[in-house]
Write a protein that binds this ligand. Structure first.
Ligand SMILES: [Zn+2]
Ligand SMILES: [Zn+2]
Length: 415
């Protein structure tokens, strides 16, 4: 009896010692950091949206409504809202009359929007699904939209405004960083859709201080991901920013891919639907701190469908392992700028205002194209940086633009 007890104790002790000694191997977690709901101009109830993402296998999600957090007492009309009765009927069907709270007042039949604190426990599961509070700080300057997401923001941030466009961006970024500092809680700003309203140039982002992230791909149909004949697309802007910042000895910016979904009832290219783009973050835990630490290290990639098994970076090479997708082939572009590139640029004026300058093609050149599932790039010693764009042969379902194939973007590596 006594022996059994002692053996039992030893067993328990050794088991707990064992589990303490074991490190969690990092995993890839899938998430969308830019999502709208009926709390602002999205057209569905938060629970319906979260339910969809969780069902689709996402591990984390931020609802990032315009200048509002999902908190406080908020009633909306069940028929006169962004989606009319359609969303309400489906909401009641899915969550039941006991969950959905309604009232009748002089203006009509109303439903109360549930708060993050209320719906969080319905969805969150340790190691499986996480909600991160967020806000899209929606400011502007001279008619140009300046939108900046605050991921894991704890207190609402009002648009900060400013005397110039760059000041508006900087003030909002600083407001997020100040809150982080004051509360001692990890959170970060990220610049949304720079080409929306052609508001933000590459030079604006080069000059910005303290900002590490921007959207290199946003699923909303109105954001001009690919630029136009006068203005560069977001990938090209990324290469300009990366090159100039390295030359200035400043931190580079990481590119993220997001949905910016607003429309949940009609699936079409011209609607801002869910599932177009996301980030995959490599972290040992599905926690806000784990995810933010990993993203700040650049341990993540943006995707519109391509899945990577691993991205291994050393001072000699970048080695990528692409997850097989039956019948699909892959081409990986290793893109970067060489130390001895032509660094001249010229101003570009379009419709009376300055847009992103024109740079030499040596900025963001395709340094190598590698086919297959295990592309490798060996540094030659003359690169300022190299990043990878993995392009699948698979046509994207419900893309941002007709004809897109699935893609993944890894972060720039400065050798
Ligand atoms: Zn926006
Ligand atoms: Zn948005």
């Amino acid at each position: 009896m006594r022996h059994a007890l002692i053996i039992g104790i030893i067993l328990v002790l050794s088991l707990s010692a064992c589990s303490q000694g074991e490190e969690n191997p990092p995993k890839w977690w899938k998430g969308n950091l830019h999502t709208h709901s009926l709390w602002s101009d999205g057209d569905d109830y938060p629970e319906m949206i979260i339910d969809w993402y969780k069902e689709q296998g996402y591990h984390f999600l931020s609802l990032s409504d315009h200048n509002i957090l999902s908190e406080g007492d908020r009633w909306i009309d069940t028929t006169r809202n962004n989606s009319g009765t359609r969303a309400y009927t489906a909401y009641v069907d899915r969550f039941g009359e006991d969950w959905v709270e309604t009232r009748m007042d002089s203006s009509g039949y109303q439903v109360r929007l549930k708060t993050l604190n209320e719906f969080r426990p319905e969805f969150e599961e340790e190691g499986a699904f996480l909600l991160i509070q967020s806000e899209e700080i929606s400011d502007g300057f001279d008619g140009k939209p300046i939108h900046i997401n605050a991921t894991n923001v704890q207190e609402l941030i009002e648009p900060q405004q400013g005397g110039t466009l760059r000041e508006v961006i900087q003030n909002n970024v600083d407001a997020v960083l100040d809150q982080r500092e004051r509360l001692g809680i990890k959170m970060f700003p990220h610049i949304n859709h720079p080409n929306f309203g052609w508001a933000i140039t590459a030079e604006d982002l080069i000059s910005l201080m303290g900002e590490q992230f921007f959207e290199v791909y946003n699923g909303h149909p109105a954001v001009n991901n690919y630029g136009d004949e006068n203005r560069p697309g977001l990938e090209q802007m990324w290469d300009i920013i990366t090159t100039r910042r390295i030359i200035q000895g400043r931190p580079i910016m990481y590119g993220m891919a997001v949905d910016d979904s607003h429309n949940y009832h009609e699936v079409a290219i011209e609607r801002a639907n869910s599932g177009r783009a996301w980030v995959m973050v490599k972290s040992d835990s599905l926690t806000v701190t784990g995810l933010i630490d990993a993203m700040e290290r650049g341990d993540f990639y943006g995707s519109t469908g391509v899945e990577l098994v691993d991205v291994k970076v050393s001072n000699r090479r970048i080695a990528i392992e692409i997850k097989e997708d039956e019948g699909m082939t892959y081409e990986t572009h290793f893109i970067g700028t060489r130390v001895n590139h032509d660094s001249t640029s010229t101003a570009v004026e379009h419709e009376g205002s300055y847009v992103t300058r024109s740079y030499s093609p040596g900025i963001g050149e395709i340094m190598a194209v590698v086919e297959g599932n295990n592309p490798v790039y060996e540094f030659t010693g003359d690169e300022l940086y190299v990043r990878a764009k993995v392009i699948s042969s698979k046509l994207k379902v419900n893309p941002y633009r007709e004809g897109e194939t699935e893609v993944a973007w890894t972060q720039p590596v400065v050798p």
